[in-house]
Design a protein around this ligand. Structure first.
Ligand code: ZN
Length: 142
């Protein structure tokens, strides 16, 4: 499936020291009623936690925690609706002091040192997630 959109509002901003990335971005999108769109973010974290989806078990494994200071090499994601709520799906790539990278599915637990984000709103029909029986994930459905 796919849908075609037009660009809507464009936002650029920064999160505050200690903000949780996913919670802060979800709150921002909810306050500004951004129901569909794309998100990018770069910066640095004081502490990180990411998820990994186990395809065989059809569930997220226990979160992977990084208790160190990290660069956010890239964090990209999208905004759509799940259960009538604004929902962000994003992935994050992090790097350590040696330049080694790792990452995963963005979950709460990524605490900002500094972070700049930019969001493009998409204008069109709502993009809605629904449970997909094959993958067990909430995928774009209509
Ligand atoms: Zn994901």
């Amino acid at each position: 499936m796919y849908k075609e959109f037009k660009n809507g509002r464009i936002f650029a901003g920064r999160l505050n020291f200690n903000d949780d990335i996913l919670n802060a971005l979800t709150e921002f999108c909810t306050i500004h009623n951004i129901k569909t769109g794309s998100i990018s973010l770069i910066g640095a974290l004081q502490h990180a936690k990411v998820g990994y989806y186990n395809q065989s078990e059809k569930k997220y494994n226990n979160s992977i925690e990084f208790n160190k200071k990290l660069e956010i090499v890239s964090c990209i994601g999208n905004i759509s609706l799940k259960d009538g709520q604004i929902f962000i799906h994003a992935h994050i790539v992090l790097s350590d002091t040696n330049g080694n990278t790792f990452g995963g599915h963005l979950i709460p637990g990524c605490n900002v040192f500094a972070a700049e984000f930019w969001i493009t709103e998409f204008i069109g029909e709502d993009l809605v997630r629904a449970k997909d029986e094959i993958t067990g994930l909430y995928l774009w459905n209509e």
